[in-house]
Design a protein around this ligand. Structure first.
Ligand code: PLP
Length: 381
């Protein structure tokens, strides 16, 4: 990757050259037949790859817009919704649902742990929920929710729409719509490795039926009904598509197709587990329980002798950017994104940069340990 800086945060993630090149292309008309063909290929590929039988939307906006779009098209004022929150972004849904005046119940896990499926099962049997929302990976904690198991529980509740926030997971963690998911969404800047500015949302047939049953909704730009005609035939106009971002995302999708989705999931698993082990070997610990750790990012707790601001400033001076902790973990943790199109050489550079900084700060006595553990773990996985 020819990249001056390693942007190792949970989005935006590094954008590889072939995707960057799409951003630099000369603009064309949204009605240009060549562009329409590309937009159509993008929508159809995403739909097929994530096994979506309903509709797939690719629209200018961020993950937060997709969060709003997911509920605005499936719930009306007063509807019961269950929010399973594993941290900061789960909590954001509490605010969204409050604004829209849905009757939200919240199951909140302790940070670093999952909400057990049995608890969710129990809660769902107490009353009829029109929807349930789960974030697959909450960026604030690095915890991966068991979304397939939750999908199985939801078979008992055919009137409940299953919404999965995949913003920090999709294209890194295994997800397919045919595991019972009704709405899945993400943003272009996370595991797709594209610049920020697009959201992708998959909606099942059941979700589309729910939208139809709501008739008129108080939304304009994010109304499914406004976009379905465009997604089915991108030669139509509703609002100007983000042309260069569409090209960029198409390039990312082609890279993913070349790699294979399952291979991509396996690669993320192998790289993430090796990174996590390597970081533990130099004194860090990982917030998330070992069996519920994400492969998209790691949320890493400092040992006593490492100061957050010093560590991240020193890393920044080495051209490596990581994110700080959120909420109660601000100052106690850093967050390292390792999703998308990063390769082993990028990972090696970043890990050795981390160790060099620790060494220069006097927090470790020798160098070489981090790459040894990484390479050893990687080889044996
Ligand atoms: C980043 C993120 C969001 C918000 O996405 P934006 O593109 O910043 O609006 C939502 N949910 C999760 C889990 C995220 O990681």
């Amino acid at each position: 990757m020819s990249y001056g800086k390693y942007i190792m945060i949970p989005g935006p993630t590094p954008v590889v050259r072939s995707i960057q090149n799409q951003m630099g292309r000369e603009i064309t008309a949204f009605g240009d037949p060549e562009f329409i063909k590309d937009y159509k290929e993008l929508i159809e590929s995403l739909k097929e790859m994530w096994r979506c039988e309903g509709e797939t939307f690719v629209i200018a906006g961020t993950g937060t817009m997709a969060m709003e779009m997911s509920v605005a098209n499936t719930l009306k004022k007063g509807d019961n919704v269950l929010i399973v929150s594993h941290g900061y972004f789960g909590d954001r849904f509490i605010e969204i649902c409050d604004k829209k005046e849905y009757a939200a119940d919240v199951l909140q896990s302790e940070w670093g742990k999952i909400m057990p499926v049995q608890e969710i099962d129990k809660k769902l049997s107490e009353k009829e929920y029109q929807a349930i929302i789960v974030s697959h990976v909450d960026t604030s904690t690095g915890v991966r929710a068991p979304i397939e198991e939750i999908g199985k529980v939801l078979k008992k509740h055919p009137n409940t729409i299953y919404i999965v926030d995949g913003v920090c997971a999709t294209a890194a963690e295994r997800e397919y719509m045919d595991t019972g998911i009704d709405i899945l969404f993400t943003g272009s800047q996370k595991a797709f490795g594209v610049c920020p500015g697009l959201m992708i949302l998959w909606a099942s047939k059941k979700a589309m039926e729910r939208r139809a049953s709501l008739k008129k909704i108080n939304e304009y730009y994010i109304d499914f009904d406004k976009w379905v005609p465009i997604m089915q035939d991108p030669s139509k106009y509703f609002a100007t598509p983000a042309i260069n971002l569409v090209w960029s995302l198409l390039e990312s999708v082609r890279l993913i197709q070349k790699e294979g989705l399952e291979n991509r999931y396996a690669r993320h698993e192998k790289v993430a587990r090796s990174i996590q082990k390597a970081l533990e070997a130099v004194g860090f610990s990982i917030l998330a329980d070992p069996e519920h750790r994400s492969v998209a990012l790691s949320n890493i707790l400092y040992p006593e002798n490492v100061n957050d601001a010093d560590f991240r400033n020193n890393l920044y001076n080495e051209n490596i950017i990581v994110a700080g902790g959120l909420g109660a973990y601000a100052g106690k943790m850093f967050r390292l994104g390792h999703m998308g199109h990063i390769n082993l050489n990028d990972v090696s550079a970043v890990l050795s940069g981390i160790e060099r900084v620790l060494f220069n700060m006097g927090a470790v006595k020798e160098t070489g340990v981090i790459l040894n553990v990484f390479n050893e773990t990687y080889k044996n996985l």
